[in-house]
Design a protein around this ligand. Structure first.
Ligand code: XMP
Length: 191
């Protein structure tokens, strides 16, 4: 038997679904309308925070066509390692080139805001590279977990302070390909 085969149905690992595929598309549509209203006919740089935001960003950028002229850049940071609790320390694995954002209007695309420490550091980094404007766009926001004030110009949904998975979000690098966002069963975290 292949080592990759864990069990037959990963759906059984989920305790509940928070947002199904249709709801997620509705949320992405709402955000895209807000961005289009603010940036009609403009060039914007979307800085996509890997890995968790890649599916959200892929859906969002297509909804901005043909109203916004979009450039896409990627940053990869980690504050969680492979677990479900923040290590509090920001590691930068992939940075952007200064010329990609210098003098530009930038929107940082993130999956979920937790303590907000990561985004606040990312925002400062992009501002220090000379961006004209840096806005934040987050699919989900755990408002009650914030440890600092942060302005989120484009927000999908506020959620409770629980670990969520799917639609790009992982647990231990798994479940990113789940088409909905949900909460895993307790025993899955404890495995
Ligand atoms: P902070 O605490 O700095 O962390 O706002 C933000 C980053 O941590 C990850 N994160 C999660 N990832 N499910 C995940 O899969 C979650 O519930 C979750 N909460 C935070 C994520 O990478 C986010 O950008």
């Amino acid at each position: 038997m292949s080592n990759c085969r864990i069990h037959e149905n990963f759906e059984a690992d989920f305790e509940k679904v928070l947002f199904d595929e249709e709801e997620l598309q509705g949320i992405v549509h709402k955000i895209s309308e807000e961005i289009k209203q603010d940036h009609r006919g403009e060039e914007i740089v979307l800085v996509v925070i890997l890995k968790g935001s890649f599916i959200f960003a892929a859906d969002l950028i297509r909804k901005l066509f043909p109203v916004c002229y979009v450039r896409v850049e990627f940053m990869q940071v980690s504050s969680y390692g492979d677990g479900a609790k923040s290590s509090g320390e920001l590691k930068l694995f992939l940075d952007i080139k200064p010329k990609a954002v210098k003098g530009k209007k930038v929107i940082v695309i993130d999956d979920v805001v937790d303590t907000a420490l990561t985004l606040s550091k990312i925002k400062k980094r992009i501002e220090s590279l000379g961006a004209q404007q840096v806005q934040i766009c987050a699919l989900l926001d755990k408002e009650e977990a914030h440890k600092i004030d942060i302005q989120i110009e484009y927000k999908g949904k506020s959620i409770l302070n629980e670990f969520v998975t799917g639609y790009g979000l992982d647990f231990g690098q798994k479940y990113r390909n789940c088409p909905y966002v949900g909460v895993l069963k307790k025993e899955v975290y404890e495995k």
